[in-house]
Structure formats: structure tokens, C-alpha cells
Design a protein around this ligand. Structure first.
Ligand code: 5GP
Ligand code: ZN
Length: 116
């Protein structure tokens, strides 16, 4: 996917502060962190969003969560963390390549949603 930002990061064409990589997953620091710990965990293979996953994606999805757990501990949020997967227009997904935000740090992250 030539025009996909996160595919370009996977390909090494855009730099990122990587914290983990294996054959199917990449994790790196969010460029605009919302909390002291703010990582993005992505599948290397292009999957547009959680709205497009199917049964063939369940292994990589599970691995993303297992990696998230380990990285949160390693990267400064050992006492819990939050995983956010913004999905589609309603979920306000800005980058159209599936990614899990891992947010945390030394203090609780606060209410999940603002009430409308
Ligand atoms: P979304 O709103 O799609 O769930 O979140 C996209 C995230 O990607 C945002 O938190 C944004 O800061 C992050 N982001 C956008 N462009 C880049 C980039 O070039 N590098 C990194 N590391 N993060 C990015
Ligand atoms: Zn992509």
C-alpha cells in the first residue's frame, strides 16, 4: 500500500521510534503522545481497520494484544494501561491501517469518554 502512512513506516520509508518488531507486528511511539506512554501496535500486513477483519486475522489480532501487554510493562505503564482501537468514521479513525493505541504511564488515564 504505497499511499498508506503505516505501511510506509513498516517499509522503513518513514522513520518511527520502534519499540518492538517481529515478522507480523510492529510497535512504535505515537508521534503526538496523549499520555506519558503512548504506543501504537500494528500488523505489518495492511488491514484497513477493525471493521474489515475476518477469521483469517484472529491470530495477528491476538498477538497485537499480547505484545501490547508486554510493551506497556516494559515502557513505563506496569500497573495497567488502556487499549484503544479507533474504527471508521464513527470511531474517528484517522490513519486507515489498523492500529491499537496503548496508553498509560504512572498515573491513571482518566475517564474513557467525554459525555455528549
Ligand atoms: P487514529 O486517530 O487513527 O486512531 O490515530 C492515529 C495516530 O497516529 C494518532 O495518535 C497520531 O498521533 C499518530 N500518527 C500520525 N502520523 C504519525 C506518524 O507519522 N508517526 C507516528 N509515530 N505516529 C503518527
Ligand atoms: Zn497500510
Amino acid at each position: 500500500m504505497e499511499d498508506c502512512l503505516f505501511c510506509r513506516i513498516v517499509a522503513g520509508r518513514i522513520p518511527a521510534r520502534k519499540v518492538f518488531e517481529d515478522e507480523e507486528i510492529l510497535a512504535f511511539h505515537d508521534i503526538n503522545p496523549a499520555r506519558p506512554v503512548h504506543l501504537l501496535v500494528i500488523p505489518k500486513r495492511h488491514i484497513t481497520s477493525l471493521a474489515t477483519v475476518g477469521d483469517t486475522d484472529t491470530v495477528v489480532l491476538g498477538r497485537m494484544l499480547a505484545v501490547a501487554n508486554r510493551l506497556a510493562t516494559e515502557q513505563g505503564s506496569p500497573d495497567g494501561f488502556r487499549v484503544i482501537i479507533n474504527t471508521g468514521r464513527i470511531g474517528h479513525q484517522e490513519v486507515q491501517h489498523l492500529h491499537a493505541h496503548i496508553v498509560g504511564g504512572p498515573e491513571p488515564v482518566g475517564p474513557m469518554l467525554k459525555r455528549i
